[in-house]
Design a protein around this ligand. Structure first.
Ligand SMILES: NC(=O)c1ccc[n+]([C@@H]2O[C@H](COP(=O)([O-])OP(=O)(O)OC[C@H]3O[C@@H](n4cnc5c(N)ncnc54)[C@H](O)[C@@H]3O)[C@@H](O)[C@H]2O)c1
Ligand SMILES: O=C(O)C[C@H](O)C(=O)O
Length: 329
């Protein structure tokens, strides 16, 4: 018997990540080659026409798994029956905008989207927030969806994870496949902490294999943490195809499980593990089992790592306090 289609709602569908993402979803890469999908695209009214153009192109691909495309400029309708929500559309930081202004502007997007998810999404809804500031936007959406289990709201640090894999592979001259158990901790921002101390290369400890603390501190960590800005500088636009690729990786692993003997990174609501205040949507080492993310427990956190995790988590606490004051959570 053929499987029922999965409803995937994508916000910001006419944006550059949307353009890199939709074709991959429709081809089966988000959920698997045997899972039909229906796309529900949400855009602001001015961008609906562009989303219609993308939908025409999707039609022209004749994807066997794509069972329908609907386009909305109303969040409540777009999230009706959604099984997966990819929240990509966000308000970018404008000139002279302070962090508080940015959080407030995004609150105007993610609060109603959280409410819309609460009102009409399917019982098994899974949400990935890509739009920045992703962790706190996810917190806003989650806080406004009280009937949906908090664990269904996640934010994307998989792009940071993938960036860290490549930087390490290049440094050691090894394949990505040789690297396991790397972790991004904290916020998807320049304070994030890519952790090699618990990572493995060819079965041995990655930090030992590098054997170069100066490279780790002055090269690896800042390169990964500031990669988004470096892409903007080089491309004149923020990362799009790599961000879409990471969103595909995140949801695919969430639904289908992570491989045995490895873990990945995702920002999920903290249960208090590793001293991260409960409820903050912070990046952790995670595995996915039976459709649920689980935080990998029992890792040793030395002083160096502790200070960096704390710095990023403190930034998330500040962001949470700002959106609390604004009445968004
Ligand atoms: N987490 C990550 O790793 C990561 C990586 C790259 C980019 N990003 C972020 O992803 C977001 C999108 O990036 P992009 O390059 O696609 O931007 P973009 O400007 O090309 O597209 C954003 C789209 O969102 C739409 N939009 C705005 N408000 C909306 C709303 N309320 N409802 C629905 N759609 C809305 C816009 O009309 C636009 O089409 C940005 O916030 C960017 O900073 C995150
Ligand atoms: O959009 C950005 O500010 C950068 C983006 O989050 C990225 O990591 O590439």
């Amino acid at each position: 018997m053929s499987k029922a289609p999965v409803n995937v709602t994508v916000t910001g569908a006419a944006g550059q990540i949307g353009y890199a993402l939709l074709f991959r979803i429709a081809s089966g890469q988000l959920l698997g080659a045997d899972t039909p999908v229906k796309l529900r695209l949400l855009e602001i009214p001015q961008a609906v026409k562009a989303a219609e153009g993308t939908a025409m192109e999707l039609d022209d691909c004749a994807f066997p798994l794509l069972q329908g495309i609907d386009i909305f400029d109303d969040a409540t309708k777009a999230f009706e029956g959604a099984n997966v929500g990819l929240l990509v559309g966000a308000r970018p930081r404008g000139k002279g905008m302070e962090r508080g202004d940015l959080l407030q502007a995004n609150g105007g997007i993610f609060k109603p989207q959280g409410e819309a998810i609460n009102a009409g999404a399917a019982d098994d809804i899974r949400v990935l927030v890509v739009g920045n500031p992703a962790n706190t936007n996810a917190l806003i959406a989650q806080s406004n969806a009280p009937d949906v289990p908090a664990e269904r709201f996640t934010a994307m640090t998989r792009l940071d994870h993938n960036r860290a894999l490549t930087q390490l592979a290049k440094k050691l001259g090894v394949s990505i496949n040789d690297i396991k158990k790397l972790t991004i901790w904290g916020n998807h921002s320049a304070t994030q902490y890519p952790d090699l101390f618990n990572a493995e290369v060819g079965g041995g400890n990655a930090a030992k294999a590098v054997g170069d603390q100066a490279w780790l501190e002055n090269d690896f960590i800042p390169t990964v943490a500031k990669r988004g800005a470096a892409i903007i500088e080089a491309r004149g636009a923020s990362s799009a195809a790599s961000a879409a690729n990471a969103a595909i990786d995140h949801v695919f692993d969430w639904v289908n499980g992570t491989p045995e003997g490895d873990w990945t990174s995702a920002a999920i609501p903290s249960d208090g593990s590793y001293g991260v205040p409960e409820g903050l949507i912070s990046s952790f080492p995670v595995v996915s089992r039976e459709g649920k993310w689980e935080i990998v427990q029992g890792l040793e956190i030395d002083e160096f790592s502790r200070a960096r995790i704390d710095a990023s988590v403190n930034e998330l606490v500040e962001e949470r306090d700002t959106v609390r004051k604004l009445g968004l959570v």
